[in-house]
Design a binder for this molecule. Structure first.
Ligand SMILES: [Zn+2]
Length: 267
């Protein structure tokens, strides 16, 4: 795969995870060789957020997001958020997340997930950073929490509140997120046979609001299902997106890269 002329941003990766412990540097090199200009590596708790910052310090192509994933909220205290606020001041931290709600896995009680999400929403406002939202079987609650939050916290008109990561909602949900100013990020699952029905939703999202991501090591593109995902494969997802939208890969790469930089690189 020769993609040197392309520049694509993987807007959501988990490079700190143990799945990359044996060959992390090679994975990053492969991504650079595949034309991935920037990787946002995303923390899921305090420890992994610190590791994400460490990776960003060592690699010019890597930026970090710090946050507490809804599945990891059960024992989170307010003091943990104070620690998160401290590390979020690092110059290579570009977002708060991932946070959100996951009522599918039920690793943490609903009320606790909502409480920790709200703390992070307000931290994002305080630090003027975008938020990275994970939503699984919780769309109604997420939409209403985000609506209250965006209404009560006016930002500069050119500043988006954040991104809905691994977006797989219907056109109605897409419309509501877009109206609040969010970007929608798509992963390798858009090429799965089961996602055929979602193609019309994907076609209707304005090009200037789309991002692409891997969510690696999870959710590999169709050709790598059952294997580990990695940032280089975001180029495959950009290709699938180009096919669905009937436009050249170069256009999708250029636009999604501009979008990611507009969202994450405000400092
Ligand atoms: Zn993730």
């Amino acid at each position: 795969m020769i993609m040197q002329d392309l520049s694509i941003v993987d807007s959501h990766a988990h490079l700190d995870m143990k799945e990359f412990d044996t060959d992390r540097e090679e994975v990053i090199t492969r991504a650079v060789n595949a034309g991935i200009s920037t990787i946002i590596t995303v923390g899921i708790d305090l420890e992994s957020s610190k590791k994400a910052i460490g990776l960003a310090e060592r690699h010019p192509q890597i930026l970090a997001a710090v946050g507490i994933h809804p599945n990891d909220t059960s024992s989170v205290k307010k003091s943990d958020i104070a620690n998160l606020a401290e590390i979020a001041k690092h110059p290579k931290v570009v977002a708060i997340g991932e946070t959100g709600l996951d009522f599918y896995r039920k690793y943490a009680p609903r009320d606790k997930q909502i409480e920790v999400l709200k703390w992070q929403l307000y931290l994002a406002v305080e630090l003027n950073l975008p938020i990275i939202i994970h939503c699984r079987q919780a769309e109604k609650d997420i939409l209403s929490l985000l609506r209250d939050w965006t209404l009560n916290n006016k930002r500069q008109p050119e500043q988006s509140p954040g991104v809905i990561h691994c977006f797989s909602g219907d056109s109605n949900a897409a419309r509501q997120y877009l109206a609040m100013g969010f970007y929608l990020s798509l992963g390798g699952y858009i090429g799965y046979p089961a996602s055929k029905n979602a193609q019309s939703v994907i076609r209707d999202i304005p090009l200037d609001r789309l991002l692409v991501e891997t969510d690696c090591p999870f959710l590999p593109p169709q050709a790598y299902r059952g294997k580990r995902n990695e940032p280089a494969y975001v180029a495959i997802t950009a290709g699938v997106l180009a096919n669905i939208r009937g436009m050249p890969l170069e256009t999708v790469a250029r636009e999604t890269t501009q979008n990611a930089l507009r969202l994450f690189c405000r400092k």
